[in-house]
Write a protein that binds this ligand. Structure first.
Ligand code: ADP
Ligand code: MG
Length: 332
């Protein structure tokens, strides 16, 4: 809880903190040695390789101090799991680097650890280790997620070829719309619609069940974190192709469409934080992709095609190009 007085927050010492809040989260991982050694060891089954990803989230940039601690924990973990999902990997474990701000106390850490525990059980992975420091600055969390995948089957960004189709999971723009609602937009929405969008911002849903089917289907894939246009732009760049998106086919949720009206598509495809998966695949995979969507319970929509050329082209219903001023979020 945040303290406003000069009274220092109630906080355990570093090692007691690790033993109390974090060691229990490593209980299922033999190689974590109860977080009582310097390192963790990790086995990957024969024929598999490790997939590694780190992502930091920072108070004031990715979340607010007043957000519930359990949700901050889950978001820190899930943004990484989303990358594993897009690559086709199965999560195995994670490392946590925690730079604790002056305002964080034991009650906050207890809620934070409880949030991690819930998501560990849900996504079946364990805490393997980490680092704990104090900072005079904003609370900073860095999660390194580790997954496994059959050797050489990681779905890369480079791999899209002319003739492929472009697909996206779920709906696009909801998280950005949720953030807009938190900033005061959304007077015309119902309370239920506002909460729905805010929930999509605070708690992304890594598309792991669909992702694990992608190595057999997709030619290129990534998770959408900076905005659909910006992220598909990465596929276009490293695959040396042009990605054509038909704006009208981009799936929007009802509350998002209602919030942004005529601007909805343009705002949705340039808002960040979706954590949906965008991927390309040959047209011959369409039926199997529909089956994979059904089997995993994750909706998938076809939104465009891959052509020879470069960059991203967005088309309106008449097939005319629409210009996009700012394709997505960048930190600098
Ligand atoms: P070192 O002195 O080598 O930096 P530490 O004393 O920081 O090691 O860490 C001791 C053990 O606790 C290690 O196994 C480390 O991985 C684990 N650990 C420290 N902080 C965290 C954390 N926030 N989450 C998970 N494990 C942690
Ligand atoms: Mg050490």
């Amino acid at each position: 809880m945040t303290k406003s007085s000069s009274e220092p927050p109630r906080r355990l010492g570093e090692f007691a903190m690790i033993a109390k809040f974090f060691a229990p989260l490593s209980a299922d991982a033999e190689g974590a040695f109860g977080l009582a050694d310097d390192v963790a060891t990790l086995q990957v089954p024969d024929g598999q390789e490790l997939v590694a990803k780190v992502d930091a989230i920072i108070e004031g940039v990715h979340f607010l101090r007043t957000d519930p601690a359990g949700l901050i924990a889950k978001k820190a973990l899930r943004v990484n799991l989303s990358d594993l999902a897009a690559k086709g990997a199965v999560p195995v474990g994670y490392l946590l680097s925690l730079s604790i701000a002056p305002w964080c106390d034991d009650a906050w850490l207890a809620s934070f650890a409880a949030g991690l525990g819930e998501d560990q059980a849900r996504f079946r992975l364990s805490l393997l280790g980490g680092d704990t420091t104090a900072t005079p600055g904003p609370l900073t969390l860095s999660v390194t997620a580790l997954g496994s995948i059959p050797k050489g089957r990681t779905v890369r960004r480079a791999g899209a070829v002319p003739g492929d189709c472009v697909f996206v999971t779920g709906t696009i723009g909801d998280a950005g719309a949720g953030l807009a609602v938190l900033k005061g937009e959304g007077a015309l929405l119902t309370a239920y619609e506002r909460d729905d969008l805010i929930g999509r911002y605070r708690l992304p849903e890594p598309r792991l069940s669909l992702g694990q089917l992608l190595p057999a289907l997709a030619s290129a894939s990534l998770d959408v974190s900076d905005g659909l246009v910006a992220d598909l732009g990465h596929i276009a760049e490293v695959s040396h192709v042009r990605v054509v998106i038909e704006a009208a086919r981009v799936p929007l949720s009802r509350p998002c469409a209602k919030l942004w009206g005529g601007d909805a598509i343009l705002r949705a495809i340039t808002a960040g934080d979706d954590y949906e998966v965008a991927f390309t695949a040959p047209a011959s995979a369409r039926a199997r992709i529909a089956e994979a969507a059904e089997k995993s319970g994750v909706p998938v929509h076809e939104i465009g095609r891959v052509e020879e050329g470069e960059g991203i082209v967005l088309l309106d219903v008449k097939g005319q190009p629409i210009s996009v001023a700012r394709p997505g979020y960048t930190h600098f």
